[in-house]
Design a protein around this ligand. Structure first.
Ligand code: BGC
Length: 786
């Protein structure tokens, strides 16, 4: 039975009453029930809550930034900067010693931005001095590996690169590895996955997303949560995941982070909400973060329909909500729909919010609001129950500390490094190749390497702390690793490691060096690296008004093109680069996205033909910013008319990516043509043959179109994919499944239904019509899923 909010609160009130009785019964024993590891979790929570004052409870709902983080922010930021800086924080009027004291007094339930295992232990030790000894829940943005940790964790490729692998199993595996690295270093809660469906690539956070398609985003999100949380995070090797950000901040009206979103209810249900529904129902995600932005006039942090009516009551979310950075106070400060922070707390908690990220005053307001009768104590109890449930299941009452001696042998292990490399190999997309790749006959040749992203940590992407030099391989280093084997000489020229720094003098020098070489590898792109915030060109809070290359990069490329030398362009960027002219004037374009610690090695392996590229674009790459919104799953009328000065086709379609071999696809076959009931399944089979001369991997994709529907439906939607490896000449049959939800959408009353009628099933290796072959099936009757 699914508990509604009312029934849950009622049961909690009853059980708290009995919990008080239980407390009395056990008061003679030395160990209270909540400290007894063999008691069941519910009994432990009840017991603990029966001992807690309202102030204790409000404290559990409060999160603060770590002490080291505070110290650094105090040095870097003015009080005025604080309002808009989402990366650093401190508390005006509070010293780090005050925060330490509050922790000792049990007045803080959670921390974030604790970046070393030593600090995690220190904070837990403070919490252990508090009267109830409730351990801290420590959260971190372990977005692609525990990369934010300061001490050399495995940095996997960023989410957009991970999505380009179309490999859910690998995603699950690296997420499980991330959980192990987190627990070893004292954090138990990661603010990932970001399951925002990306609909506007101007958004600087594009690299944090799994791209534009709800199905792919949902699959990657589910795999990430399953890897991170395991069965139900009841183990010291698992962590709590956090689906974020509810909702639709990836399509703000002007592409800027935190700016308003104005979308229809239908678009919310069809595009943005499906991954959240799956995160809750398939993967039991235990926390959800609300979004900075408003949707249709309603700030995400006080959206009762989203948080409570839909996610919790209709779809069964069983975990807790956390605010995004300072966003409860911003209900008043930015959105102007509450008069002050206190009223913002009331609106937010009444809508379903459970924890404040981050800082003082919140908990005082919670207490005042309850005492004034404005906020129900049941609402507070609901929130605290979930937060404590997390702490108990994670084993924190038994093991709040980490063993510092084990950190080094648990993180950045050879196995984790191998998985990071594998994900980079599978996520890099070959966008153009006129035959120059893989590079051949390099004996005695001179390769000239330059460009702002050739030899630095931009390959690591956002949410990364600076890594030890020996822990990552830049693209220059990756190429150099092959110099001996293929007997080439390489020369690197540092033309300015940030696009803004490239001067005309740098360009002239690069040009003359290129003129003396046999081949140029030009590594361009953007920079989301947050430790170099002033020079970022994309990433959090740095959005793009153009999709073209930033700074002086195109001039650099033009100068090198003038030499007439063959050029391979490598892009390093979490955001797509729209440079049609450049792509048609160089021999090859390799889109490495942000390939992580071993990205340089993976790029070099692909250039040398040691690895056959197999990544596929998880988003459409438009030709120009003026084409936005440009997505493959658009509605039928999107391209009836034309632009005056721009084509209406993309630079590259969703799902596209070249290989060094060629694949042939048969016509799709279906196991039957009639889809009859909610549990029915149709298998779609397609024979794929490697018709080239090199072993390779291909991603077989299945798209579906509802041919005639009561509301307009997309021209195609991804509903299945599978990665397959083929030797030259080999053929394999790949089967993909059509389920009821592959055909369903929301009807006029927002029931999830399959409408009767005909559906076109398309299979191939990209979303472009020319790459797809089709067959039709039928659903004779309406099927109601919910
Ligand atoms: C971001 C979140 C992130 C949080 C904590 C915010 O600025 O929007 O995605 O989890 O900071 O670092």
């Amino acid at each position: 039975m699914r508990l509604t909010k009312v029934s849950f609160s009622f049961l909690l009130a009853i059980s708290l009453f009995f919990g008080c009785q239980a407390q009395k019964k056990t008061s003679k024993s030395d160990t209270p029930i909540y400290l007894n590891p063999s008691a069941n979790v519910d009994a432990r929570i009840q017991d603990l809550m029966s001992r807690m004052t309202l102030e204790d409870k409000a404290a559990q709902m409060s999160q603060y930034v770590g002490l080291e983080h505070m110290r650094k922010a105090l040095g870097d930021l003015s009080e005025d900067d604080l309002d808009k800086n989402d990366a650093q924080g401190f508390y005006p009027g509070f010293k780090t010693t005050d925060i330490a004291r509050l922790t000792e007094e049990g007045k803080i339930g959670s921390f974030l931005h604790v970046l070393t295992a030593e600090e995690a232990n220190e904070l837990q030790a403070l919490a252990q001095k508090s009267p109830l000894k409730i351990p801290l829940l420590i959260g971190i943005d372990a977005i692609h590996g525990n990369a934010y940790y300061q001490g050399g964790a495995t940095v996997y490729p960023t989410p957009i690169t991970q999505a380009a692998t179309f490999n859910d199993d690998l995603m699950r595996k690296v997420s499980a590895q991330t959980a192990i690295e987190m627990r070893a270093t004292g954090t138990q809660w990661t603010f990932t996955p970001n399951i925002d469906v990306l609909r506007d690539p101007r958004w600087g956070r594009t690299g944090e997303t799994f791209g534009e398609d709800p199905f792919l985003v949902g699959n990657m999100g589910v795999a990430a949560i399953e890897g991170l949380q395991g069965e139900d995070f009841s183990s010291t090797n698992h962590v709590i995941a956090c689906a974020k950000h509810l909702i639709a901040g990836s399509q703000s009206i002007n592409g800027l982070n935190a700016s308003p979103t104005d979308v229809s209810k239908r678009t919310l249900f069809e595009i943005f909400l499906p991954p959240y529904r799956r995160a809750v129902q398939e993967a039991n995600v235990f926390s959800i973060m609300a979004a900075h932005n408003e949707v249709n006039g309603m700030p995400g942090h006080m959206d009762k329909f989203m948080m409570t009516d839909l996610m919790r009551n209709r779809w069964g979310f069983k975990g807790f909500y956390v605010s995004d950075w300072n966003d409860i106070s911003r209900i008043a400060k930015w959105h102007h729909v509450a008069k002050d922070f206190k009223e913002s707390v009331l609106f937010s908690l009444s809508a379903g919010m459970d924890m404040n990220m981050h800082g003082p005053f919140f908990q005082d307001y919670v207490v005042e609001l309850v005492n004034e009768g404005k906020l129900s104590v049941e609402r507070v109890n609901d929130a605290v129950y979930k937060i404590l449930e997390a702490k108990f299941k994670l084993g924190l009452f038994e093991n709040p500390y980490v063993d510092l001696k084990k950190v080094k042998t648990t993180i950045f292990t050879p196995e984790h490094q191998e998985a990071a490399l594998q994900q980079a190999r599978e996520g890099i997309v070959l966008q153009k190749n006129d035959g120059i790749l893989p590079l051949r006959n390099l004996d005695g040749k001179r390769i000239f390497i330059t460009g702002p992203n050739a030899d630095n940590m931009t390959i690591l992407g956002d949410w990364t702390s600076p890594q030890p030099d020996e822990n990552y391989v830049t693209i220059k280093e990756g190429i150099d690793q092959f110099a001996k084997k293929y007997k080439f000489n390489s020369e690197y020229y540092d033309c300015g490691q940030r696009s803004k720094w490239i001067t005309d003098e740098n360009i002239n020098i690069a040009k003359s060096k290129a003129a003396q070489s046999d081949l140029v590898v030009l590594v361009l792109g953007e920079n989301s690296y947050r430790h170099d915030w002033p020079n970022k060109t994309t990433g959090e809070n740095i959005d793009r008004a153009t999709l073209a290359l930033s700074g002086n990069q195109l001039n650099l490329a033009k100068a090198i093109i003038e030499t007439g030398k063959p050029i391979v362009v490598v892009y390093v960027s979490g955001s797509p680069i729209a440079e049609p002219w450049l792509e048609s004037n160089v021999k090859a374009v390799v889109n490495a996205w942000e390939p992580g610690a071993f990205g340089g090695q993976a790029v070099a392996e692909i250039l040398m033909g040691e690895v056959n590229p197999s990544g596929k674009l998880p988003l459409t790459i438009p030709r120009s910013v003026g084409q936005l919104q440009m997505v493959y799953n658009h509605k039928p009328t999107a391209y009836i008319h034309k632009y005056n000065t721009e084509k209406k086709v993309p630079l590259h379609p969703f799902g596209f990516g070249l290989s060094y071999t060629s694949f042939q696809f048969s016509e799709p076959q279906v196991s039957k043509t009639s889809f009859n009931s909610i549990d029915d399944k149709i298998l779609v089979s397609v024979n794929v043959t490697n018709t080239g001369e090199m072993k390779g991997e291909e991603v077989v994709q299945m798209y579906i179109r509802d041919n005639i529907s009561s509301y307009t439906r997309p021209v195609k939607e991804l509903k299945g994919y599978k990665r397959v490896s083929l030797e030259p000449g080999e053929t394999k049959t790949v089967s993909l499944e059509i389920k009821a939800e592959s055909l369903a959408f929301y009807d006029a009353d927002y029931h999830f239904v399959v409408e009767p009628g005909e559906f076109t099933i398309m299979t191939g290796n990209s979303s472009a019509d020319k790459d797809l072959k089709s067959i039709t099936i039928n659903a004779p009757d309406k099927i109601i899923l919910d």
